[in-house]
Design a protein around this ligand. Sequence first.
Ligand code: GLC
Length: 486
Amino acid sequence: MKDIPLKCLFVSSEVAPYAKTGGLADVVGALPKKLRKHGVDARVAMPYYQSMQGKFFEHDEHFLTSYNVQLGWRVQGVGIYYDDHIVPTYFLKSDTYFARPELYSYKDDDERFAFFCKGVLELIRHIDFVPDIIHCNDWQTGPLCLLLKDKYSHDPLYADIKSIYTIHNMKFQGIFGRERLELLELSPDYMSQEKIEYHGAISYMKAGLIYADKITTVSPTYAEEIKTYEYGCGLDRLLSEKLNDKIEGILNGIDYDIYNPKTDPHLYVNYTYRSIQRKKQNKAMFQKEYGLQEKDCMLIGIVSRLTDQKGFDLMQQTIDHLWVMDKIMQLDVQFVVLGTGEQEYEDMFRHLAYKYRERTGVFLAFDEALAQKIYAASDVFLMPSLFEPCGLGQLMAMRYGSVPIVRKTGGLKDTVMHYNRETKKGTGFEFEEYSGYWMYKKIEEAYEYYNEEPEHFKQIQLNGMKKGFSWDDAAKAYMKVYRDII
Ligand code: GLC
């Protein structure tokens, strides 16, 4: 049994490089690629969004097939495009549902992703690939696990297919009105606690959790945290009581082909841990290009979605009658922020940029090349998250010798180790209590090392750069999970 190659179809609403709003895309862009190197026939299915039009493929030769998908009383056509220059990928094209400027936040998201789930299940009838495993990710794909188990498994074509559901973020659950059951052709008895009811509505995430053969999440600590009231977003008891045996935490990696300071084409100067002194040139040239004062002071970097999850409200607390943000700026530091998100935080950083014009670079945008420049130019990297399923920014920062300052939660706890000056071990700075005071204290600690004990600071940088967070370990862990359930 062990020698037959596994066949796994990843299903995701976003996949790098095709479409990305967050870490989910990075994961599904990298993991299947790595699994293929380990001999798994891993493939991917995703929507064909308007933003991809003309960018990745447009040519007719990528057209594979088309068929109809039934959603309740509605019938919608879907065109399948296929590309395999990175990983064999099936793109589901529907002008009705996906030819829109954004990926999400439309009134009919429930219908759009019900269509996607059903479209992917139907796809299996039209291609020469019957997976052993369908690997679903986040709420957009939850209904697929339900449909597979209750509607499709009676058909011999689907009878042996197992599903796994990976939680990248508990907070986004896909909660919709009960009247939408008809989209999935589900009878009213699915509106029960044992099934997909959630406070009088239906939950796409719950459909994934209950009906998948296995649940994983993206770090061991988060796998435990989501079973608690604080982190479970209302599903903690379901997870801790009913589904406990089905959950496993597997730490994400990063794609070392892309995130490598030795070869990264976006950097001003490439470097490795042996030539880490060249990192400073990246800071100097960054300051010059973006109009920051040209001096060697500690540069704090942030690359993040600007949402509540990421802990930026801590900046608005006060210490000594000062905003934490102003308190930080009293140190001889510079600040660079890249990201988009909630208005409140965008405004806060706009204000910062206005107040400390020559010491801050604030980019309210989504720009991968600039992100990589920031990892290389910054000395420390701030991630004070309220919760963090895994977090990829700290892994990238460490890879580029930028020292992470993080709150000890989820994947941050699993990947960053507080520096110990006696043993010279550790890769960053951690604080546990969710408070602006402790965040500030850790920035101050890093600042003292940076200015007064540069040999220690360099040691922390090197420790981080040498740490391996490649996808190999995760790929092996997922393969074991796959083998266990088929
Ligand atoms: C989500 C989580 C983040 C995780 C990523 C990939 O974006 O917020 O912590 O790293 O998914 O799994």
